[in-house]
Design a binder for this molecule. Structure first.
Ligand code: FCB
Length: 510
């Protein structure tokens, strides 16, 4: 397509981009930043630091067909044979819809000062358009009131992946109308809950929605079309911008607006130029595809060049970047493990240890030939390496590139094979060490100038871990899926002490 073929609303690549520096960790894998405190010291966090835990609607609520809720893309995907481990679904999940009062009491027992949850779009606006269902909104109103009554500050995420199925049937995120619907839905939720929820997040991990949902197909809706994935990415960006504007219009001025991104800490396997370039490419389609438009008002030029063989990005209309580039009060970072990449060597097939589930289709449009390696370090039950230096590096990068922007860790945690002991307790020393190590990294970043306002452990409860069903347990609190009995693991007891004291003690035995 030439510029003259474009309609009035379309713009050239040059107009939608601005020079955007690719910043990747150029040190070889395994390098760690110097620590500033001896390991034996206690880490004290700033006063007012939020000690939270996070969940998402489809992963915990259950009550899938109650009070007017209609199916989301995850209900459909979970019912599609072969998509989710052993055909598990979120129909019942951990029954939080009925047990939320007990769960809030549990949060209070754990000393939490904040709780991050998501609203199920098909529960409050079943078809994704038109008026809201009061019963759906009432559930969240009761939940928020219960949190406030226990002194727990709510952080509400509008979208954690459960698109109303009707919107997917109409084209889903690759279509512009889905972004427009999302903006309207944001306004509905803000009108209903804006008087009591102080902190709002538009999207959770749009990378997963776009690239796992429409690229590799390991997440709902399970499509495998690289162009659809890039279109989805843009319309998620646009949906974020429209939702942020709807929130600003409806919320009191002190309310905070944010987004949660699973930023990849991309590291090149070697210092060779071609591996540095592989890292740049993955940084573009993993991170800067969001950070560019949302924070700088432009797509990175190198991303458009890397994907030029797939699309000319003519779905980006004039004004879209202005709509997307809204002032944010904080940015939420979800971090679990670093990403180690190289070019493919010796004509082998590219190894695919990118941690995002197996598929013959790549979730990296335009960079399908980049190889992903298993980073060094101990592995969690997800096969993700444990490396808190990735958290530190990400926080420092955001601090360098966006000085003055407050940050939150909106997810961090680990799955392990937990066992219930004969006395009913659940002892999870590996998870505890994981959380401790990552909190130390957050503390170190704060000491070095990062403005980190809080930490949300993923997750409060064991839950439906997407394509892995109930097979992977991330909870601080164990759930017996037969009886729905909740049992705080040793991590939860430890975290309660940390939350109450505001400090992370040195590892035991030091
Ligand atoms: C994140 C998701 C969250 C959970 C954790 C383990 O990507 O946002 O719902 O699945 O991973």
């Amino acid at each position: 397509m030439t510029a003259s073929d474009m309609t009035a609303t379309e713009v050239t690549a040059a107009e939608v981009t601005a020079p955007d520096r690719a910043v990747t960790d150029t040190t070889a894998a395994g390098a760690t930043a110097a620590d500033s405190l001896p390991l034996t010291a206690t880490r004290r966090f700033p006063p007012g630091f939020l000690w939270g835990a996070a969940t998402a609607a489809y992963q915990i609520e259950g009550a899938a067909a109650e009070d007017g809720r209609t199916p989301s893309i995850w209900d459909t995907f979970a019912r599609t044979p072969g998509k989710v481990f052993e055909g598990h679904t979120g129909d019942v999940a951990v029954d939080h819809y009925h047990r939320f009062r007990d769960d809030v009491r549990l949060m209070a027992d754990l000393g939490l000062t904040a709780y991050r949850f998501s609203v199920s779009w098909p529960r409050v606006q079943p078809t994704g358009r038109g008026p809201a269902v009061q019963k759906g909104l009432d559930f969240y109103r009761r939940l928020v009131d219960e949190l406030l009554a226990h002194g727990i500050t709510p952080l509400l995420t509008l979208y954690h992946w459960d698109l109303p199925q009707e919107l997917e049937d109409a084209g889903g995120w690759p279509q512009r109308t889905t972004a427009e619907r999302f903006g309207e839905y944001a306004g509905i939720v803000a009108d209903a809950l804006g008087d009591r929820v102080p902190r709002w997040t538009t999207l959770n991990e749009p990378w997963c929605s776009a690239f796992l949902g429409y690229g590799s197909g390991v997440h709902a809706p399970g499509r495998t079309d690289p162009v659809a994935a890039l279109r989805a990415a843009h319309h998620l960006n646009l949906g974020h911008g429209l939702a942020a504007q709807a929130l600003r219009a409806a919320l009191p001025s002190h309310a905070e607006v944010s987004v949660s991104l699973n930023l990849h800490q991309v590291r090149p396997l070697t210092g060779a130029a071609e591996d540095l370039d592989a890292a740049r490419r993955i940084d573009a389609v993993g991170n800067r595809v969001w950070l560019g438009p949302m924070l700088n008002g432009a797509y990175p030029e190198d991303l458009l060049a890397d994907t030029a063989g797939l699309t000319d990005w003519s779905f980006v209309r004039r004004n879209d970047l202005t709509e997307i580039n809204q002032l944010l009060d904080t940015v939420g970072i979800n971090y679990y493990t670093p990403t180690l990449v190289s070019v493919v060597r010796d004509g082998d097939d590219a190894p695919r240890h990118d941690g995002h589930g197996a598929s013959t289709f790549s979730p990296w449009p335009g960079s399908e030939d980049v190889a992903f390696h298993q980073p060094p370090g101990e592995l969690t039950a997800m096969g993700w390496s444990v490396d808190p230096s990735g958290m530190y590096d990400l926080l420092m990068r955001m601090t360098r590139e966006h000085p003055g922007l407050p940050l939150l860790i909106t997810e961090n945690g680990a799955a392990y094979e937990d066992e219930v002991a004969a006395d009913g307790s659940v002892h999870d020393p590996e998870r505890l060490a994981y959380v401790q190590g990552h909190l130390e990294a957050v503390h170190r970043a704060i000491s070095d100038g990062a403005d980190v306002r809080g930490y949300f452990l993923w997750s409060l409860l064991d839950n439906f871990e997407w394509a892995y069903g109930y097979a992977k347990r991330f909870g601080a609190v164990h759930v017996d899926y037969e009886t729905q009995k909740r049992t705080p693991k040793s991590t939860a007891h430890w975290y309660a002490r940390v939350a109450r004291s505001g400090e992370v003690p040195p590892p035991q035995g030091m």
